[in-house]
Design a binder for this molecule. Structure first.
Ligand code: AR6
Length: 189
């Protein structure tokens, strides 16, 4: 499923982000950049030890911020490591921090003149963020960003299982409907 915002496209796909050929892939890391399970483990396994060496030099990344390393052995040239919030009860600034995590990745991509970036569903695994709200924040943040930044041509969400793919698809459908009803002249597919 796709949505075109001005000159850019948002694409939802089902798959393993380590296989992506976008300029950058995003890692859902922890604040020590120490590696771990989930997508973080998969990226370090596929990308090789060079990425961890770069992470050690950087030293860490606060929640809601992002840092960049090379892609090591991955097809992607860069890995943007961001730290999403651990979901507690929804009153601990989780939504703002999740939005910030996506936004800081996009800002880094613009700063590095990257044309394409692939995101996993940040915070929705070990960090327990409820999927529908996380999907809504992910999609709305990227749509808002693309409406004022056309330098990024393609943003992909690479969902690892059928359930997250379906939830992202449903949330994107809802956003599309509300854009149409507000008369925003975007192109949909
Ligand atoms: N490609 C795409 N998505 C994936 C992949 C993959 N190869 N593997 C898992 N996912 P998580 P978090 C999905 O737990 O919730 C780590 O240990 C997964 O299905 O990876 O932000 C870090 O070191 C889920 O939808 O990240 C941190 O300590 C999504 O990626 C902590 O977990 C995010 O799940 C971060 O937790």
């Amino acid at each position: 499923m796709e949505l075109t915002i001005k000159a850019s496209t948002i694409i939802l796909t089902l798959g393993d982000i380590t296989r992506e050929t976008t300029d950058a892939i995003v890692n859902a890391a922890n604040s020590r950049l120490a590696g771990g399970g989930g997508v973080d483990g998969a990226i370090h396994r596929a990308g090789g030890p060079g990425i961890m060496q770069e992470c050690r030099k950087i030293g860490g990344c606060p929640t809601g911020q992002a840092v960049i390393t090379t892609g090591g052995n991955l097809k992607a040239k860069y890995v943007i490591h961001t730290v999403g919030p651990r979901y507690q009860d929804g009153t601990r600034n989780e939504a703002t921090l999740l939005r910030s995590a996506y936004l800081e990745c996009l800002r880094l991509a613009s700063k590095k003149h990257l044309r394409s970036i692939a995101f996993p569903a940040i915070s929705t695994g070990a960090y327990g963020y409820p999927l529908p709200e996380a999907a809504r924040i992910a999609l709305q943040t990227t749509i808002d960003y693309l409406s004022s930044h056309q330098e990024i041509a393609q943003i992909k969400f690479v969902l690892y299982n059928q359930h997250s793919f379906e939830v992202f698809t449903e949330e994107l459908e809802k956003i599309k409907d509300s854009l149409v009803s507000h008369g925003v002249g975007n192109t949909f597919h």
